[in-house]
Design a binder for this molecule. Structure first.
Ligand SMILES: Cc1ncc(C[n+]2csc(CCOP(=O)(O)OP(=O)(O)O)c2C)c(N)n1
Length: 561
């Protein structure tokens, strides 16, 4: 049976067909037909954000937490351009976001019409795929293709731009008869290197397993663990690989790179074989690649062949699904222990150098949150010093329980992304942890949470500075704190203005009670932690430096060059 529907109505049907449950968006002129049709589809829950950037981050958070595509919607022009940072964030971290934008009517395109921007042009370099729907007859194929492209192979964002008159065009619609385009991933190279990889791993004396976001995306948790346990190879988790492997596990070493622990980076520098699964050797992980892992032969397992050899030379490439390939490796490698090597690494471990004035050490705050919130809590962090503390000082045991913007390093990510995480896992507690800078970038989303009853708990690590930039100024610019002191409103009063509970914590003894009260609130709640203003993150590999040369304490003040 067929019926005559508008493009906007067809779009709603297609979203239902793709099993979309929630959309994050903001209306405007060029997307009005879609918003007119939306209430006819009660299965689609729309969350009205307060800024389109937040819609994209929320869709991204939803996608990361659920493994399913997250959807955001905006109008043309400023609505569409406001999505851009969120789309780029999703692209850098391989997150399947589908962005739907309204466009001016086809007859107006190219005439500098009101609120016209070439959003397809703008987003081409930051999406997997970006298309205009030129006619209603193309709508179904293009929407289905968008969902397929976003999720298949290495996930990533896709943008569909739909002119207003196409949303209003009519078509005879016979339901989901038109099949989903095959969308088979491009020919994958067979894993020729499997035998060689097994040989290298079996013969290695100082092997390491480095685990990245690809392990979470592929759900290869059990396979990675089986491989590690069969061989005793120590496991390093990158920033986006955190929570791919339980941190209390005796084989877990920690995070590598710019703010990685000394023993982790030293182990990399000493390793003779590194098996890297689902990671892309970001410069924050490798430091200066010329000095990265100088003794290691690298086995790189990744779904995306273009990642192989991009940043570091690779001895063996394994291109394909992390789950299947890791399972094969785990079957084929010889059982062994790496006790001597692990003892060597233990001997490289340094006492933490950080000292905090007062008792509001980040570790104390995070321990309080962990203690009171319990297992199953998802931590969504923002970008800066607190992001590194949250990565290193919280023990992640649950799979995929740590979410952050790694590749783009987008301040303002945490609060809206945490909203998306809540919709993906409504029964589990979610904390958004931000600095006072990043929080002020998207704090308008408190209103969204109040309106929609989203019980995300927000923590602000308030140091009165754009802390990470201030730290660089302290270390590398002779303490010239240019444009980094940052004023904040009274967050407790801000919370009050939004009608939510807000707490200020100034002493370690207050942490647990404030956290417990925030958790008891049925809706959103906010806790501000006043931390030492000039606390630093240690150790630190200076930008462009080698992993062998960490800074472990503040340099004496010297004039900037
Ligand atoms: C959108 C955006 N603008 C600028 C930066 C550069 N940046 C990186 S960390 C940082 C400071 C963050 O300060 P805050 O949010 O207070 O967190 P803290 O480092 O103090 O924990 C800045 C400005 C960024 N990453 N993202």
């Amino acid at each position: 049976m067929s019926e005559v529907l508008s493009g906007a109505q067809v779009l709603c049907r297609l979203l239902e067909e793709q099993r979309v449950e929630v959309l994050f968006g903001y209306p405007g002129g060029a997307i009005m037909p879609f918003y007119h049709a939306l209430p006819e589809t009660p299965g689609l829950r729309h969350i009205l954000v307060r800024h389109e950037q937040a819609a994209a981050h929320a869709a991204d958070g939803y996608a990361r937490a659920s493994g399913r595509p997250g959807v955001c919607v905006a109008t043309s022009g400023p609505g569409a351009t406001n999505l851009v940072t969120g789309i780029a964030t999703a692209q850098m971290d391989s997150s399947p976001v589908v962005a739907i934008t309204g466009q001016v009517p086809r007859g107006m395109i190219g005439r500098d019409a009101f609120q016209e921007t070439d959003v397809v042009g703008i987003t081409l370099p930051i999406t997997k795929h970006s298309v205009v729907v030129d006619d209603i007859t193309e709508l179904a194929d293009k929407v289905r293709e968008a969902f397929a492209v976003a999720t298949e192979g290495r996930p990533g964002p896709v943008l569909i731009d739909i002119p207003k008159d196409v949303q209003n065009q009519k078509i005879e619609w016979a339901g989901g008869a038109a099949g989903r385009p095959a969308g088979a991933p491009a020919g994958r190279r067979p894993p020729e290197g499997l035998g060689e990889a097994v040989r290298l791993l079996d013969e290695a004396r100082r092997p390491l397993l480095m685990v990245g976001h690809g392990v979470i995306l592929a759900g290869a948790y059990a396979e990675v663990r089986a491989l590690a346990e069969k061989t005793g190879i120590p496991v390093i988790t990158t920033l986006l690989g955190i929570s791919a492997f339980p941190e209390s596990h005796p084989l877990h070493l920690g995070m590598p790179g710019m703010h990685g622990e000394v023993h982790v980076n030293r182990a990399i520098q000493q390793a003779d074989v590194i098996l890297a699964i689902g990671l892309r050797f970001d410069d924050r992980v490798t430091g200066n690649t010329a000095g990265f892992a100088p003794q290691a032969r690298i086995i790189h397992l990744d779904l995306d062949p273009t990642e192989i050899g991009k940043n570091v030379p690779v001895a063996v490439a394994l291109v394909g699904d992390a789950r299947q390939l890791t399972a094969r490796l785990a079957e084929l490698v010889a059982p062994r222990h790496c006790d001597a090597w692990r003892a060597e690494i233990r001997a490289m471990t340094r006492e933490r150098q950080e000292t905090f004035r007062g008792d509001m050490a980040p570790a104390t705050i995070l321990a309080g949150i962990r203690e009171v919130s319990g297992p199953g809590t998802t931590i969504v962090s923002d970008v800066g010093q607190h992001q590194m503390w949250v990565a290193k000082l919280f023990s992640y045991e649950e799979r995929n329980s740590h979410i952050t913007s790694g590749g783009l390093g987008t301040m303002g990510f945490a609060v809206p992304a945490a909203m998306g995480v809540h919709f993906a896992r409504p029964d589990r507690p979610v904390w958004a942890i931000s600095g006072d800078g990043g929080f002020q970038m998207n704090m308008q989303e408190i209103a969204t949470m109040v309106q929609e009853g989203v019980p995300v708990k927000m923590a602000i690590f308030n140091n009165g500075y754009l802390g990470m930039v201030r730290q660089w100024q302290q270390f590398f610019h002779g303490r010239r704190y240019s444009a980094t002191p940052i004023w904040s409103p009274d967050y407790v009063k801000l919370a009050e203005a939004y009608g939510i509970a807000g707490y200020r914590v100034e002493r370690a003894g207050q942490v647990e009670e404030a956290v417990a009260r925030a958790i008891r609130e049925p809706g959103p709640a906010l806790v501000e932690f006043l931390i030492e203003q000039e606390a630093n993150v240690y150790p630190m590999i200076p930008p462009g430096g080698s992993l062998s040369e960490p800074i472990e304490s503040a340099p004496a003040a010297a004039p900037a060059s």
